[in-house]
Design a binder for this molecule. Structure first.
Ligand code: FE2
Ligand code: FE2
Length: 131
């Protein structure tokens, strides 16, 4: 999936981070579609966990700074996303790489990003515009 204008949050840095998340998911989907990914799945999961953590922290701070009414809900949903990633890391450590499970994770990431950004993250825009 690709970033679209309706995902705009009014904060360029957050928008860039969202673009990177979409791009990262898209690139790994290409890797899987080409029959690869087994050797780099651990790196993908590691990057996803680290990058989403940094992004969530940055965005949560930004919402607090702008007194955004979605701040609490944002934090709660971030925790749910983190849980999904942590669970997959645990499953991967136990059972190893599984192509179907990897695709399933990418689908979850894309669906979550789309829904979360449109409902929650974009609320930042009005808060920033109102100063
Ligand atoms: Fe968010
Ligand atoms: Fe976000």
């Amino acid at each position: 999936m690709k970033w679209k204008q309706e995902y705009s949050t009014g904060n360029d840095e957050i928008d860039e981070q969202h673009k990177s998340l979409f791009l990262f998911s898209e690139e790994f989907r290409d890797v899987l579609n080409n029959g690869f990914g087994q050797k780099t799945y651990d790196l993908f999961l590691e990057f996803l966990a680290e990058y989403s953590k940094l992004h969530f922290e940055f965005e949560e701070e930004c919402m607090l700074a702008h007194k955004c009414p979605a701040a609490c809900k944002n934090k709660d949903e971030h925790a749910l996303f983190t849980k999904v990633v942590t669970k997959e890391i645990e499953t991967f450590e136990k059972l190893g790489f599984d192509r179907d499970r990897a695709f399933e994770l990418l689908n979850k990431i894309d669906t979550w990003l789309d829904s979360h950004i449109c409902r929650i993250d974009v609320q930042l825009k009005d808060c920033i515009e109102q100063g």
